[in-house]
Ligand binder design. Structure first.
Ligand code: ATP
Length: 245
């Protein structure tokens, strides 16, 4: 279980993240949704140790940790693939950096490519494939870190609506097939409702959690589900209320 308590951060005296608490159970999928500029990226930078926190604590599986840099794999909006490497070589990078022999890591990459619909594209350069395929490769690379905790910072926001939908199914595999514990931020309410076990609604800066909702709707979900429609209206009303007039 991931437990985050009372994390706060200010820049030049202005609070950006204020007293944020959250818990992600083992193999849970928690999604944070908030308005643009609410401090989500700053919050993830704090979790990953890229920025120092002013206050707060993190516990993972019962142990206090300074940050999640050695525990979580982090996937961002941009695929960050190296343009001169083929897709399989890009996905294998975490294993190469860790010194794993290619004989072993190559097999892992191949199994991931088979599962993520990338078989046959191993040698293609990122410029030769679609944005959706590049994000699938970024997902394979995230999985190659072999970490049980995954942080997703708007991983699909650069994609068109149809590609997004198929990639959302792929993100579900993180929970169902790969048994990860997942914390994601997104601006996309449908995406949040399709994927989350728990949804956290965030305020404009300073970022705070203004509502927590457990989503007990069975998977696979579709947005026509009346329960999801009702929750969507509630969340949209909250986000609307929080907008500066
Ligand atoms: N290094 C910094 N120094 C000062 N202010 C900063 C710094 N980094 C971020 N901010 C401010 O903190 C606030 C939150 O920024 P952040 O990028 O975390 O928001 P976000 O929710 O990720 O934004 P978006 O939804 O647009 O991606 C913004 O007002 C931003 O201007």
């Amino acid at each position: 279980m991931l437990i985050i308590e009372a994390i706060s951060k200010h820049f030049s005296g202005s609070p950006v993240v204020s007293d944020v608490d959250l818990t992600v159970p083992e193999n849970g999928f928690t999604v944070m949704i908030g308005p643009s500029g609410c401090g989500k990226s700053t919050f993830f930078d704090l979790l990953m140790g890229a920025l120092p926190m002013d206050a707060g604590s993190i516990r993972w599986r019962g142990a206090a940790v300074p940050d999640l840099s050695r525990l979580a794999a982090y996937m961002q909006q941009s695929d960050l693939l190296l343009p001169w490497l083929g897709l399989a070589d890009n996905a294998r990078l975490p294993a190469d950096i860790a010194g794993d022999p290619v004989a072993r890591s190559g097999g892992r990459v191949q199994r991931l490519f088979d599962r993520l619909g990338l078989a046959g594209f191993e040698a293609h350069l990122p410029s030769m494939v679609s944005g959706g395929m590049r994000q699938r490769c970024a997902l394979a690379r995230t999985l190659m870190f072999g970490r049980d905790l995954v942080l997703l910072d708007e991983p699909l926001s650069a994609l068109d609506a149809i590609t997004r939908r198929s990639l959302q199914q792929m993100l579900r595999l993180l929970q169902t097939d790969f048994k990860k514990t997942i914390l994601m931020v997104t601006h996309d309410i449908d995406e949040a409702l399709l994927l989350a076990d728990e949804l956290l609604v965030l305020s404009p800066p300073p970022m705070q959690v203004t509502a927590r909702m457990a989503l007990q709707v069975p998977q696979p979900r579709c947005m026509e589900n009346p329960q999801l429609v009702a929750i969507k209206h509630r969340v949209l009303a909250m986000l609307q209320e929080e907008r500066p007039s």
